[in-house]
Design a protein around this ligand. Structure first.
Ligand code: ADP
Length: 308
């Protein structure tokens, strides 16, 4: 069995339009890398973080907290050392914390001979998410671990379903370089919704799931709507409405807020359209004058990948 492993930890889009808190998807060419080594010293030691200024202390880093949750459920007597190579910016809305917490627990599980199921790994990684945002949400960590689209059908008991990924689906994500705290974007949400809004939302969730399984791109497009969260949260994101309409005009199937923002995502059929959407998004942000990162990616159906 290996003593050291290097993994790719994918970025993820959570809160996919109608699927607030329940639907997420993993990306293929945006993500961090992590090296995890077995050590005789007990516990978790984070020895290096490159690319971002994040805490090295085990209890303050999501990789450490998620790793400790796994260790406490394991009969392994030793510990682990972790090196984190961050490419996803923290607070971007594309699952920066989830990439680290899932990368840590999946790498450790592999080094221990895979004693834990994906569902158990999600539960360990959720402890990391709790450190990052105060809430044990699973909609970023589930797709990072299972790959593809995932539905968190229930939190109690935790029930995660991996959904089919249509072959030609591409994601475009623009990350404006502004900070929106997850806690702030949660605070502005109402805690109740009307029955009429509920009916629209669960109709769309059902439609989206059916569209993903049957690879019906028109149905996916019709279902990528959010009447509850997006109208409230989008006011925190400069030029959101313009980016959305430009993306749809460029041919996107749908467009919405990624996670709790500020990133905006669009899904498209085919790479060419996804690239046109990227150009349309950039044209808007070039006028707004806020710096941004932009990504075009296929869906990662594998989740955390072993590099070496
Ligand atoms: P995102 O919006 O990209 O999903 P989050 O808001 O979930 O990012 O997480 C970012 C928060 O988690 C920041 O406060 C950051 O300091 C904290 N954090 C702790 N450890 C890590 C880590 N290894 N990677 C990313 N963020 C981390």
């Amino acid at each position: 069995m290996k003593n050291e492993i290097k993994v790719f930890c994918p970025a993820t889009i959570a809160n996919i339009s109608c699927g607030f808190d329940v639907l997420g998807v993993a990306l293929d060419n945006v993500g961090d890398e992590m090296v995890v080594k077995k050590t005789s010293k007990k516990g978790i030691t984070i020895t290096k973080i490159e690319g971002q200024n994040l805490p090295l202390q085990t209890h303050k880093n999501v990789a450490g907290v998620a790793g400790l949750a796994l260790l406490s459920a394991s009969d392994y007597e030793g510990g682990f050392e972790i090196e984190i190579y961050k490419k996803i910016k923290a607070g971007s809305g594309i699952g920066s914390s989830a990439a680290s917490s899932t990368g840590a627990v999946c790498a450790m599980n592999k080094l221990l001979g895979e004693p834990f199921s994906n569902l158990e790994l999600v539960q360990f990684a959720m402890k990391g998410e709790e450190l990052a945002s105060g809430v044990q949400h699973a909609d970023n960590v589930a797709p990072a671990i299972y790959g593809g689209f995932t539905l968190v059908r229930s939190y109690s008991p935790l029930d995660i379903i991996k959904i089919n990924t249509p072959k030609k689906l591409y994601a475009t994500v623009i990350h404006p370089q502004i900070e929106i705290k997850t806690s702030d974007s949660r605070k502005i949400l109402k805690t109740t919704i009307s029955l009429a809004d509920g009916i629209k939302q669960w109709g769309n969730v059902g439609g989206l799931i059916a569209g993903l399984y049957t690879e019906d791109y028109d149905l996916i497009s019709r279902s990528l709507e959010d009447h509850i969260i997006e109208p409230i949260r989008s006011i925190l994101i400069p030029a959101f409405d313009n980016v959305k309409s430009a993306s749809l005009n460029a041919g996107a199937l749908g467009c919405g807020i990624s996670g709790s923002g500020p990133s905006i995502y669009a899904l498209s059929k085919g790479k060419e359209t996804a690239e046109k959407v990227a150009q349309a998004m950039q044209n808007i942000y070039n006028k707004v004058g806020i710096p941004y990162d932009i990504h075009v990616s296929t869906v990662n159906t594998e989740g955390i990948k072993t590099i070496s």
